[in-house]
Design a protein around this ligand. Sequence first.
Ligand SMILES: NC(=O)c1ccc[n+]([C@@H]2O[C@H](COP(=O)([O-])OP(=O)(O)OC[C@H]3O[C@@H](n4cnc5c(N)ncnc54)[C@H](OP(=O)(O)O)[C@@H]3O)[C@@H](O)[C@H]2O)c1
Length: 474
Amino acid sequence: MDSFALVIFGITSNLAQIKLIPALYDMEEKGLLPFGTTIIGLARRKMTDEDLQKYVGSVLRMKNIHHKHPIKDEIFQRLCRRFKYISGEIEDASVYTSLKRKIIEKNVIFYLATYPELYSYVFEHLKKSGLNKKSGGWIRLMIEKPIGHDLKSARELNELLLKYFTEDQIYRLDHYLGKETLQNILTFRFANDIFEPLINKEFIDHIQITASENFGIGKRGGYYDQVGALKDVGQNHQLQMLAFATMDAPAKFSSEEVAKERIKILKSLQPDPDRIVFGQYEGYKKEESVDPDSRTETFYALKTSIKNGRFENIPVYIRAGKKLNQTVTEISIVFKNPVTRPFKHLECGDEPNILIYRIQPNEGIVLKILTKIPGFENKLQAEYMQYCYRIDPHNHYIPDPYERLLVDAIRGDHTFFNDAEEVEAQWAFIDPLADARGKPHLYEPGSWGPKEADKLIGDDGRCWLEPSMAFCRI
Ligand SMILES: NC(=O)c1ccc[n+]([C@@H]2O[C@H](COP(=O)([O-])OP(=O)(O)OC[C@H]3O[C@@H](n4cnc5c(N)ncnc54)[C@H](OP(=O)(O)O)[C@@H]3O)[C@@H](O)[C@H]2O)c1
């Protein structure tokens, strides 16, 4: 890989602390930062290069970042030597004069780890100083979700981006796409031809997607109260999960073809504002930086469907929320249970097979099957055929999503990034649902959300699956 300059607007951000700096350490450790690569951090606070290096050290040693392994001094020193700092206001042209002086590499990644309100200043100044285009090297821009807060604002931001950069320079990042567990769904489906013939309306009864957390909003009240669960995780992570689990096989495994198939699913999703339930956990309004009269949802559950030949009339139930019973993210493909099954009369003989993509915490791909309980009687039990990430005899390294996506951006690989069309398709689905928000139903912390969510699925004669921890135990 060629060396490059990574310019992080907002090097002191929460995002840089918990995600980017640890990912850069890991990349340094694995030799993924080419010789000559520099990292230029930018923020308002007054610091020297040495202060930033000390700051990086303190960040890496902070508790609660994804790093569970010790920091090796030699690696840390090597990483530190790459860091340079520019102090100043993003709005101020002189910052870009300093930036131009500091960038000596042919290739540059600009990473926006700052407020969306500041993006237009960054773009305009980069253009004025000629930093958004370069001959003889590449210039790339990494930008975090959310891209806008509805379809209109997403379009405006995409238009703004395309005024200054070409689509192939832009890497819109939803870190879920960097998760090994999500990427492996495509390998599981399209490298094992035995399952794919079953993934359609002939065999599937319904699909469920759950993203539950057993904790609240913590100190994110100021942000969360403006956004709510539907836009925080529904518009992006959960729709991507659904797209990975239901998209058609790409003609080839290229970024264009994979994105094309994801987009087809996203565009065929049918929003139904009458089949969505919003909830708020008891005590939310007393959380730090939350409006005491807030109607923001901390939970939602919805029913949708995919309008294509393959999944016509197959219900898809999606739910997400905070302060729920468990922390778990998964996709469950619930198969039909034919009336002809000869074991129906036995205990659990009527249970469906379920294909579960467990994204976290006990990552794995498992198939719930019925087996005979060993012994003289003909008794059945539900068991799991499982592939588990944490029980890997080869002990493969699982990169953090940010590390993975940074490496992809350096390589110029767009496969696990969203383009403008994809983000807009997501918002086109979410907007009518967000418009249906009213007073949320209260639910008890530690529960599975308001009882109205049970009714939503119960009205169809189904129920939410209780996520099992009986497989891929960690
Ligand atoms: N935090 C997360 O976990 C997370 C997750 C997903 C996506 N994101 C996205 O990542 C981005 C950053 O979010 P965040 O929560 O990490 O932000 P944050 O902690 O509030 O940090 C904002 C950063 O921008 C800098 N900054 C603010 N105003 C500036 C100005 N006028 N000139 C120069 N620098 C300025 C701040 O540094 P100084 O105060 O030192 O100037 C700080 O480094 C947002 O787009 C957010 O949506 C964040």
